[in-house]
Design a protein around this ligand. Structure first.
Ligand code: NAP
Ligand code: G4F
Length: 338
């Protein structure tokens, strides 16, 4: 019998890659999808017609809908990827973020407990949990948490309620503590994609410059396709445990900008400081990047650098795509698109 998986957040970056991976492993894949007034299935358009792929309307905040779906689908595995996932936006909509990103996880776990506690459960936890203690880098499963945003605080609740349902009810519930992972399917409101889309539009003459916030933040950026493989491996392990998935490398936003412009043959020279800093084309002197305080956050996570050694050792998981190749892949895709 093929395994059956239910994915919340199926229309998102990770949901789309994970669906493709599970279909390639002969799973029957069911995705939870919200009703939109416009089409939101762009990322899963290639698999919509797959005979083993099914979509169900619902919402992570609707407990009766979640219970009914689990009863109907009887999945072997649930991957909870649904979230208000933008950290900056979580400062604008903190209560909504808590409801969806935090309490939504409880609703899904409670449905699992009531309908079938044998279902394996994956929770999309995050390096944002580590937040504000840069001196503890690199960050591993043992690093203390200190979230710095409403998103991080909501994910902290989701992390612990997952651990609690594992310990209280013996549910195979695991946290994947994933560091930033990107791809050509990354939302355009995240910094990497904002940069690669911006460059593609500048090259096409459709945009003058890219306006960014904190250029000094450091992130451990990997490729989403590698990370969904890790999610699957976490649920195939003999015991329910929590794992960090990361590259073990960190880069500033500034370095991402420089590397991405290099892909289109432009060298960036930085002039000025703070909000007056600008990135100029070294040949023409044209301003291609500037700083807009609108994109600063009320609180910032300065440094994320993950230690993936537990996952490498126990799950035999390792990222395959390097930072440079990730940037190249995203730029190439956006140059074609725009
Ligand atoms: P994403 O592209 O923003 O996708 C989020 C998904 O959640 C979308 O399918 C969205 O549906 C869905 N969603 C939002 N609110 C919902 C609700 N109320 N009910 C049902 N579905 C809802 O995020 P991602 O990058 O794929 O990340 C997947 C998960 O991993 C998220 O939980 C994120 O917080 C977490 N995570 C991501 C990273 C990363 O670097 N990407 C790192 C660590 C953890 P719509 O299409 O309808 O909006
Ligand atoms: O791309 P970002 O918005 O990602 P962030 O905040 O690190 O969160 C992402 O990764 C988390 C894992 O660590 C996930 F849990 C979360 O769901 C999401 O996927 O911002 C990265 C950095 C930040 O320091 C931000 O302040 O880039 C900085 N930044 C500078 N200018 C900007 C911008 N971020 C955005 N989104 N837009 C800017 O213009």
């Amino acid at each position: 019998m093929p395994k059956i998986a239910l994915i919340t957040g199926v229309t998102g970056q990770d949901g789309s890659y994970l669906s493709e991976l599970l279909l390639s492993k002969n799973y029957e894949v069911h995705g939870l999808i919200r009703r939109h007034s416009t089409i939101c299935t762009e990322r899963i358009s290639d698999i919509l017609d797959d005979k083993n792929f099914f979509l169900h309307y619902g919402d992570i905040s609707d407990s009766s809908n979640l219970s009914n779906l689990i009863r109907e689908i009887q999945p072997d595995e649930i991957y909870n990827l649904a979230a208000q996932s933008n950290v900056g936006t979580s400062f604008e909509v903190p209560e909504y973020t808590a409801e969806v990103t935090g309490v939504g996880t409880l609703k899904l776990l409670e449905a699992v407990r009531q309908v079938n506690p044998k279902i394996k459960f994956y929770q999309a936890s995050t390096s944002e949990l580590f937040g504000g203690i840069p001196e503890t880098a690199p960050q591993s499963e043992k690093t203390p948490f200190y979230p710095k945003s409403p998103y991080g605080a909501a994910k902290l609740y989701a992390y612990w309620i997952t651990v609690n349902y594992r310990e209280s009810y013996n549910i195979f519930a695991c946290n994947g503590i994933l560091f930033n992972h990107e791809s050509p399917r990354r939302g355009e409101d995240f910094v990497t994609r904002k940069i690669t889309v911006g460059i593609a539009k500048i090259m096409a003459g459709k945009q003058e410059k890219i306006s960014l916030g904190n250029l000094n933040a450091k992130r451990d950026w990997g490729f989403a396709g590698d990370y969904v493989e890790g999610m699957w491996k976490i649920l195939q392990h003999d015991n329910p445990e929590d794992f960090v998935l990361a590259t073990g490398e960190t880069h500033t936003v500034r370095e991402f900008v420089e590397t991405a412009f290099e892909e289109v043959g432009i060298k960036i020279e930085w002039h000025g400081e703070g909000v007056d800093e600008k990135g100029l084309c070294s040949k023409t002197g044209k301003v291609l990047v500037d700083v807009n305080p609108q994109f600063f956050r009320p609180a910032e996570v300065d440094l994320l650098l993950g230690d993936p050694s537990k996952a490498e050792k126990i799950l035999n998981w390792k990222r395959k795509i390097s930072f440079k190749n990730l940037v190249k892949m995203m730029i190439e895709s956006d140059l074609k698109k725009f």
